[in-house]
Design a binder for this molecule. Structure first.
Ligand code: ATR
Length: 285
């Protein structure tokens, strides 16, 4: 259903800060969501160079901006410019969502909880599951923290750079010493879910894990959403293994951000339809 576009003297402003931001699907997705709920708000892209980041935050404050997303390369750099952090943002040292409060800007990271919420909605229980997580970068950190909170039994981190995997293991154990986390094991015990959080697969036929590891999974998830079917997912699918790509994680990080800003339940289907259209358009280009 088409909603009347409201834009007037009371319109609230939201946005996304990064460099570049021109590829982002969020302005359209979030504005559709605002309009669907008859919220008088718009969401715009704000590309910014690093020396101007703190000036932009001051300008946002003066302009009455209500909230914004943060993307590459500022998710970590923004942390020092905020007045308050949520628990997961503190753990991750990374922020993708900022809300205006009476005390100043408060930072959150919705990537990990977006990921686990997407699975819960699909009916996939995480409690007690054994997970193999490929990668130890920003996305892996967010996902592993959310998995730890969802009560998984074991997380095995596999990463090209051992130190980064060990650092993530240490952080997770500092958060919860009873967590079962291992790094780059030489042999593998049975696992339920394999998650790719690396960028391998974005640009071609590379697969980020050994075939036997992929084929011994019950479910394979790739956080990549473009292309929608990576070589990893193709391999799993051909073997009859259940697969998900990253579109739902992208959707639910936005759903969670919307709910943090507005306190209202996000119109998930509207946001999903918007994302699907943007993605189809991007793939045609
Ligand atoms: P993001 O925020 O998207 O997670 P990131 O923090 O740069 O991005 O992390 C990228 C992840 O992809 C890392 O785990 C990286 O492995 P390294 O820690 O060894 O750098 C992984 N990655 C990227 N390119 C890779 C490649 N060609 N082979 C294996 N792993 C790769």
């Amino acid at each position: 259903m088409l909603h009347r576009l409201t834009i007037n003297g009371k319109t609230k402003l939201y946005g996304i800060v990064g460099n570049p931001v021109s590829h982002s699907f969020s302005p359209e997705m979030q504005t559709h969501a605002f309009q669907h709920l008859d919220l008088n708000a718009v969401y715009l892209p704000f590309p910014v160079k690093e020396p101007d980041l703190s000036k932009l935050l001051d300008a946002f404050w003066v302009m009455g901006v209500q909230g914004f997303n943060v993307t590459v390369p500022y998710k970590e750099k923004i942390v020092g410019l905020l007045s308050e952090l949520s628990e997961e943002a503190r753990f991750l040292g990374s922020v993708n969502t900022v809300r205006r409060t009476d005390q100043g800007w408060k930072g959150f990271c919705t990537d990990g909880f977006g990921f686990t919420r997407a699975l819960t909605i699909k009916g996939i229980a995480l409690q007690g599951k054994n997970i193999v997580l490929l990668g130890a970068g920003g996305a892996a950190k967010a996902i592993s923290f959310a998995l730890a909170n969802a009560g998984v039994n074991q997380i095995v981190i596999i990463n090209r750079t051992q130190e980064k995997a060990s650092d993530l293991q240490k952080r997770l154990l500092d958060f919860n010493p009873s967590l079962n986390v291992s790094v780059n094991p030489t042999s593998h015990s049975a696992h339920d879910i394999l998650i790719n959080s690396t960028s391998v697969g974005m640009n071609g036929e590379d697969i980020p894990a050994a075939a036997e590891l992929v084929l011994s999974s019950q479910l394979v998830i790739d956080i990549i959403y473009n292309p929608p079917l990576t070589a990893l997912l193709k391999t799993a699918k051909n073997a009859g293994i259940a697969i998900y790509n990253g579109i739902d994680m992208l959707l639910y990080q936005g759903v969670e951000a919307f709910e943090i800003w507005t306190g209202k339940q996000a119109p998930v289907q509207v946001m999903f339809d918007s994302l699907k259209k943007s993605l189809a358009f991007a793939q045609e280009m």
